[in-house]
Design a protein around this ligand. Structure first.
Ligand SMILES: Cc1cc2nc3c(=O)[nH]c(=O)nc-3n(C[C@H](O)[C@H](O)[C@H](O)COP(=O)(O)O)c2cc1C
Length: 184
Protein backbone atom coordinates (compact mmCIF):
# COMPACT_ATOMS: atom_id res chain seq x y z
CA UNK A 1 0.00 0.00 0.00
CA UNK A 2 1.33 3.45 -0.89
CA UNK A 3 1.53 6.53 1.34
CA UNK A 4 -0.54 9.59 0.56
CA UNK A 5 0.48 13.09 1.54
CA UNK A 6 -0.69 14.79 4.72
CA UNK A 7 -0.47 18.53 5.50
CA UNK A 8 2.90 19.07 7.17
CA UNK A 9 1.43 21.34 9.86
CA UNK A 10 -0.63 18.36 11.06
CA UNK A 11 2.35 16.05 11.67
CA UNK A 12 1.88 16.45 15.44
CA UNK A 13 -1.60 14.92 15.14
CA UNK A 14 -0.15 11.53 14.25
CA UNK A 15 2.47 11.74 17.03
CA UNK A 16 -0.34 10.64 19.31
CA UNK A 17 -1.83 9.73 21.69
CA UNK A 18 0.43 11.83 23.92
CA UNK A 19 0.87 11.57 27.70
CA UNK A 20 -0.85 14.53 29.31
CA UNK A 21 0.55 16.37 32.32
CA UNK A 22 -0.76 19.18 34.49
CA UNK A 23 1.92 21.80 35.07
CA UNK A 24 1.66 23.85 38.25
CA UNK A 25 3.49 27.17 38.55
CA UNK A 26 3.56 30.30 40.70
CA UNK A 27 4.29 33.91 39.78
CA UNK A 28 6.36 36.41 41.75
CA UNK A 29 3.21 37.64 43.55
CA UNK A 30 2.55 34.11 44.83
CA UNK A 31 -0.40 33.45 42.48
CA UNK A 32 -0.74 29.76 41.59
CA UNK A 33 -1.58 28.41 38.14
CA UNK A 34 -2.28 24.99 36.64
CA UNK A 35 -2.71 23.91 33.00
CA UNK A 36 -2.57 20.69 30.94
CA UNK A 37 0.17 20.03 28.37
CA UNK A 38 0.67 17.11 26.00
CA UNK A 39 3.74 18.27 24.05
CA UNK A 40 6.00 16.65 26.63
CA UNK A 41 8.97 14.27 26.77
CA UNK A 42 11.91 13.16 28.91
CA UNK A 43 15.24 14.41 27.48
CA UNK A 44 18.05 13.14 29.73
CA UNK A 45 18.56 10.53 32.43
CA UNK A 46 21.86 11.90 33.84
CA UNK A 47 21.25 14.59 34.83
CA UNK A 48 17.50 13.94 34.94
CA UNK A 49 15.86 16.42 32.55
CA UNK A 50 12.28 16.52 31.29
CA UNK A 51 10.60 18.94 28.90
CA UNK A 52 7.37 20.33 27.56
CA UNK A 53 6.47 22.92 24.94
CA UNK A 54 4.29 25.92 25.70
CA UNK A 55 3.12 28.87 23.66
CA UNK A 56 4.64 31.99 25.25
CA UNK A 57 1.24 33.61 25.88
CA UNK A 58 0.26 31.01 28.51
CA UNK A 59 0.30 32.02 32.18
CA UNK A 60 2.31 28.84 32.80
CA UNK A 61 5.08 30.15 30.56
CA UNK A 62 5.02 33.65 32.05
CA UNK A 63 5.16 32.28 35.61
CA UNK A 64 8.10 30.03 34.73
CA UNK A 65 9.94 33.02 33.22
CA UNK A 66 9.42 34.85 36.54
CA UNK A 67 10.25 32.12 39.07
CA UNK A 68 12.08 29.40 37.04
CA UNK A 69 10.25 26.57 38.80
CA UNK A 70 7.41 24.21 37.91
CA UNK A 71 5.85 20.90 38.90
CA UNK A 72 4.83 18.24 36.37
CA UNK A 73 1.80 16.47 37.86
CA UNK A 74 0.83 13.09 36.37
CA UNK A 75 -2.94 12.60 36.28
CA UNK A 76 -4.87 9.34 36.07
CA UNK A 77 -8.06 8.95 34.02
CA UNK A 78 -10.16 9.44 37.18
CA UNK A 79 -9.49 13.21 37.02
CA UNK A 80 -9.87 13.74 33.25
CA UNK A 81 -12.86 16.09 33.65
CA UNK A 82 -10.97 18.21 36.23
CA UNK A 83 -7.88 18.22 34.02
CA UNK A 84 -10.05 19.65 31.25
CA UNK A 85 -11.21 22.48 33.51
CA UNK A 86 -7.59 23.44 34.28
CA UNK A 87 -7.17 23.95 30.52
CA UNK A 88 -9.95 26.55 30.25
CA UNK A 89 -9.00 30.17 29.70
CA UNK A 90 -9.10 32.04 33.00
CA UNK A 91 -7.86 35.57 33.71
CA UNK A 92 -4.29 35.85 35.07
CA UNK A 93 -4.04 35.12 38.79
CA UNK A 94 -6.89 32.58 38.82
CA UNK A 95 -5.93 29.33 40.54
CA UNK A 96 -7.15 26.54 38.21
CA UNK A 97 -6.50 23.92 40.91
CA UNK A 98 -9.33 25.49 42.91
CA UNK A 99 -11.52 26.06 39.80
CA UNK A 100 -11.27 22.34 39.00
CA UNK A 101 -12.04 21.33 42.59
CA UNK A 102 -8.63 19.74 42.95
CA UNK A 103 -6.41 20.03 46.03
CA UNK A 104 -2.98 21.64 46.22
CA UNK A 105 -0.34 20.41 48.59
CA UNK A 106 3.18 21.70 49.30
CA UNK A 107 6.08 20.57 47.14
CA UNK A 108 9.37 19.65 48.81
CA UNK A 109 12.01 21.39 46.68
CA UNK A 110 10.13 24.10 44.78
CA UNK A 111 7.54 26.79 45.58
CA UNK A 112 4.70 25.80 43.17
CA UNK A 113 2.41 23.23 44.83
CA UNK A 114 1.64 19.76 43.55
CA UNK A 115 -1.84 18.34 42.95
CA UNK A 116 -2.95 15.81 45.54
CA UNK A 117 -5.28 13.91 43.19
CA UNK A 118 -2.46 13.16 40.71
CA UNK A 119 -0.49 9.91 40.96
CA UNK A 120 2.93 11.56 40.82
CA UNK A 121 4.59 14.97 40.93
CA UNK A 122 7.96 15.84 39.38
CA UNK A 123 9.45 19.01 40.86
CA UNK A 124 11.70 20.93 38.47
CA UNK A 125 13.83 24.02 38.11
CA UNK A 126 14.47 25.50 34.67
CA UNK A 127 17.50 24.08 32.86
CA UNK A 128 16.92 26.07 29.68
CA UNK A 129 14.14 27.56 27.57
CA UNK A 130 14.43 27.82 23.80
CA UNK A 131 12.18 29.13 21.04
CA UNK A 132 10.85 26.43 18.68
CA UNK A 133 8.42 27.96 16.18
CA UNK A 134 5.16 29.01 17.79
CA UNK A 135 6.05 27.18 21.04
CA UNK A 136 9.02 27.44 23.40
CA UNK A 137 10.64 24.28 24.74
CA UNK A 138 11.04 24.35 28.49
CA UNK A 139 13.58 21.87 29.85
CA UNK A 140 13.50 21.30 33.59
CA UNK A 141 16.04 19.67 35.87
CA UNK A 142 14.25 17.18 38.12
CA UNK A 143 14.80 18.03 41.80
CA UNK A 144 12.32 15.65 43.41
CA UNK A 145 9.82 12.97 42.37
CA UNK A 146 6.89 12.06 44.59
CA UNK A 147 4.76 9.01 43.74
CA UNK A 148 1.64 7.49 45.25
CA UNK A 149 1.81 3.98 46.70
CA UNK A 150 1.43 1.07 44.28
CA UNK A 151 1.61 3.03 41.02
CA UNK A 152 4.64 1.03 39.89
CA UNK A 153 4.76 -2.60 38.79
CA UNK A 154 8.24 -4.08 38.52
CA UNK A 155 9.64 -0.53 38.37
CA UNK A 156 7.36 0.59 35.53
CA UNK A 157 4.18 2.67 35.63
CA UNK A 158 1.28 0.31 36.34
CA UNK A 159 -0.86 1.49 33.44
CA UNK A 160 -3.71 -0.86 34.29
CA UNK A 161 -4.05 0.77 37.69
CA UNK A 162 -3.19 4.40 36.82
CA UNK A 163 -4.92 4.56 33.42
CA UNK A 164 -2.76 7.43 32.10
CA UNK A 165 -4.49 10.26 30.23
CA UNK A 166 -3.37 10.15 26.58
CA UNK A 167 -4.33 13.12 24.40
CA UNK A 168 -5.38 12.50 20.83
CA UNK A 169 -6.47 16.09 20.06
CA UNK A 170 -9.21 18.52 21.09
CA UNK A 171 -11.67 16.81 23.44
CA UNK A 172 -10.46 13.35 22.40
CA UNK A 173 -8.39 11.14 24.70
CA UNK A 174 -7.31 7.52 24.79
CA UNK A 175 -7.86 5.77 28.10
CA UNK A 176 -6.70 2.16 28.14
CA UNK A 177 -7.71 0.98 24.67
CA UNK A 178 -10.80 3.19 24.52
CA UNK A 179 -11.53 6.55 22.94
CA UNK A 180 -13.01 8.98 25.45
CA UNK A 181 -14.43 12.43 24.77
CA UNK A 182 -14.42 14.97 27.59
CA UNK A 183 -17.99 15.52 28.81
CA UNK A 184 -19.31 12.15 27.56
C1 LIG B 1 -5.13 17.99 26.83
C2 LIG B 1 -4.52 19.34 26.57
C3 LIG B 1 -3.19 19.42 26.16
C4 LIG B 1 -2.60 20.67 25.91
N1 LIG B 1 -1.28 20.71 25.54
C5 LIG B 1 -0.67 21.90 25.34
C6 LIG B 1 0.72 21.95 25.02
O1 LIG B 1 1.41 20.93 24.94
N2 LIG B 1 1.28 23.18 24.82
C7 LIG B 1 0.57 24.34 24.94
O2 LIG B 1 1.12 25.42 24.77
N3 LIG B 1 -0.77 24.32 25.28
C8 LIG B 1 -1.38 23.13 25.49
N4 LIG B 1 -2.72 23.09 25.84
C9 LIG B 1 -3.46 24.33 26.01
C10 LIG B 1 -3.31 24.95 27.40
O3 LIG B 1 -3.42 24.02 28.45
C11 LIG B 1 -4.44 26.00 27.61
O4 LIG B 1 -4.36 26.99 26.62
C12 LIG B 1 -4.43 26.63 28.99
O5 LIG B 1 -5.52 27.52 29.11
C13 LIG B 1 -3.16 27.41 29.29
O6 LIG B 1 -3.29 27.85 30.62
P1 LIG B 1 -2.42 28.98 31.30
O7 LIG B 1 -2.55 30.23 30.46
O8 LIG B 1 -3.04 29.12 32.65
O9 LIG B 1 -1.00 28.48 31.35
C14 LIG B 1 -3.34 21.85 26.08
C15 LIG B 1 -4.69 21.78 26.48
C16 LIG B 1 -5.26 20.54 26.73
C17 LIG B 1 -6.70 20.48 27.18
Amino acid sequence: MSFKEMDIENAYRILAPRPTIIVTTINKNGEINAAPFSFTMPVSMDPPLISFASVPSHHTYKNIMETEEFVVNIPGANILEQLWITGEKFPPGVNEIEKANLTQTDSLKVTPPKIKECVAAIECKVHWIKKAGDHDIIVGEVLHVGIKDNILKEGLLDVEKVKPVLHLGGVNFVIGDHLKKVGE
